[in-house]
Design a protein around this ligand. Structure first.
Ligand code: NDP
Length: 454
């Protein structure tokens, strides 16, 4: 396989690899029959190549891509990536275009970077890092400095699979390819924007990670701020990585908590026992591995402002919660009402609302029209269309960029630091106790008294 990309997955026996990465690789290979991948799986298991081949087959089957498994040349290398001699031996056998995917806990990635030297890394290899990227702005900055000593920025892929979601990519087409929308895409015509990603899932055994992150870091800092950046960006001349990432980073640099008041502009809560989709969930604090004294939130909401000429004065509210009944996953763009409705037309002339639903992907536009019964009475109507799933799921889209060495959908170093900077005042306010930690029963829409966003 001389033209194959070598994909090294560190942490190949882990949850991320078997549940998301390998199925995504299967989907990508099934979609692109000419693509070839040499897969080297590495961690500290007592595995053989056969074990890895079996893992690949099983994972590909979950994506309906069994046939593509034969196009993967898989080998397993027992490697402790915190040891320089192990890393050096493994990297010496990587040829061609190489991608090194760190699917290991962040502390292990950091230790591996201490052991790695620039000389060990094959020419042009890309380094792929999972979230969380650091634990705050300072640690993200330190990690960026370490990476800069190893490879150039365009070789670093900080993964945010939300950027690979078809809905996020659909935003670009809907906004930039329609004269109907683009000239209206500013504070002149838009009143507010909500980005909501609630889910039915509870902790699902991931206390080790989640209990020290919480919804603000796990979702808002890691993912939803990137979606905000795509929504609010200036129009880039091209979707090349330099233009795209420069314009999204500029949005994040201009973004701060609303009114510089984290106490008034954020809310947090955690779930108590309840039933979600017919399944009983224990209280978050009774989930195995949770330390209740940490006060970790499972639902976070915060309003931000993008302080530039296009957006000043428009609230962007971001929210994400776990164990929510009937969860909303959507981007809601509310337009301002018209300045004047002709006297003689009755009824509400509320502003138009444009919604992008995430999974299943759907776009809809609520408009005012003349009523069917009384032509002088305004009625609301909704135009909507299914957008389809996109040929590739989010992780497959991300992997495609990784294997092609195109970092357009990867988070740039400065953007990663900015997203920590943006949420820091909220985290501080929560630590001080300025914002009460409310409760909601699992399966409910959230705490009583929280107005629904959408
Ligand atoms: P797991 O704990 O399931 O797997 C961790 C992997 O790292 C194992 O294969 C482990 O194997 C390996 N590992 C640990 N220490 C070393 C070492 N010194 N040398 C080589 N390998 C090592 O973690 P996840 O798969 O859940 O998470 C991996 C990363 O992905 C984390 O950064 C996480 O935050 C991120 N992530 C995970 C998601 C998920 O849904 N799981 C979602 C989004 C991001 P062994 O101990 O045998 O060496």
């Amino acid at each position: 396989m001389t033209d194959a990309t070598t994909l090294v997955i560190f942490g190949v026996s882990g949850d991320l690899t078997s549940r998301l990465l390998l199925p995504a690789l299967g989907q990508l290979l099934a979609h692109e029959p000419s693509r070839r991948v040499r897969l080297i799986g590495a961690d500290r298991e007592d595995w053989t190549d056969r074990d890895l081949e079996e893992l690949v087959r099983t994972a590909f089957a979950t994506a309906g891509a069994e046939a593509a498994a034969s196009r993967v040349d898989a080998s397993y290398r027992r490697t402790d990536i915190t040891r320089a001699e192990d890393l050096s031996a493994l990297l010496a056998e990587c040829t061609g275009q190489v991608a090194l995917y760190f699917a290991v806990p962040p502390s292990v990635t950091t230790a591996a970077f201490q052991a790695l030297t620039a000389q060990m890394i094959p020419d042009g290899a890309v380094l792929v890092l999972e979230k969380p990227f650091g634990v705050d702005e300072e640690s993200a900055r330190t990690l960026n400095r370490t990476l800069a000593g190893l490879v150039s920025e365009s070789q670093v892929f900080r993964v945010d699979h939300f950027l690979g979601r078809s809905t996020t990519l659909n935003l670009l087409g809907a906004r930039f390819a329609n004269r109907l929308l683009e000239p209206l895409w500013s504070a002149e015509s838009i009143e507010s924007i909500d980005i909501v990603y609630d889910e039915q899932l509870g902790l699902e055994g991931r206390a080790g990670y989640y209990d020290s992150a919480g919804a603000m870091v796990d979702m808002i800092q890691s993912h939803l701020l990137q979606v905000l950046a795509v929504l609010a960006m200036e129009q880039p001349a091209t979707l090349g990585e330099v233009d795209f990432r420069a314009t999204t980073s500029a949005v994040l640099r201009a973004t701060s908590i609303w009114a510089d008041d984290p106490a008034a502009s954020s809310r947090r809560a955690r779930y108590t026992a309840g039933t979600v989709a017919g399944i009983d969930k224990p209280s978050y604090v009774d989930e195995p591995g949770v330390d209740p004294t940490r006060g970790t939130e499972t639902l976070a909401e915060a309003t931000f402002e993008v302080r530039n000429a296009r957006w000043s004065g428009v609230p962007f509210t971001l929210r994400s919660g776990k164990a929510i009944g009937d969860p909303a996953r959507e981007i809601v763009v509310r337009f301002r009402p018209v300045r004047h409705v002709p006297v003689g037309l009755t009824g509400s002339a509320a502003g138009a609302v444009l919604r992008f639903s995430l999974g299943p992907d759907r776009i809809s536009l609520e408009l005012n029209v003349n009523g069917a019964d009384d032509p002088f009475e305004l009625e609301r109507t909704t135009l909507s269309a299914d957008l389809g799933e996109g040929a590739l799921k989010a992780y497959a889209e991300v992997l495609s960029g990784v294997l092609d060495g195109d970092p357009m959908l990867a988070v740039r170093g400065d953007a990663a630091e900015e997203s920590w900077r943006i949420v820091e005042p909220i985290r501080q306010a929560w630590k001080r106790g300025d914002v009460p930690l409310e409760e909601y029963p699992a399966g409910s829409p959230g705490p009583e008294g929280w107005a629904a966003l959408s």
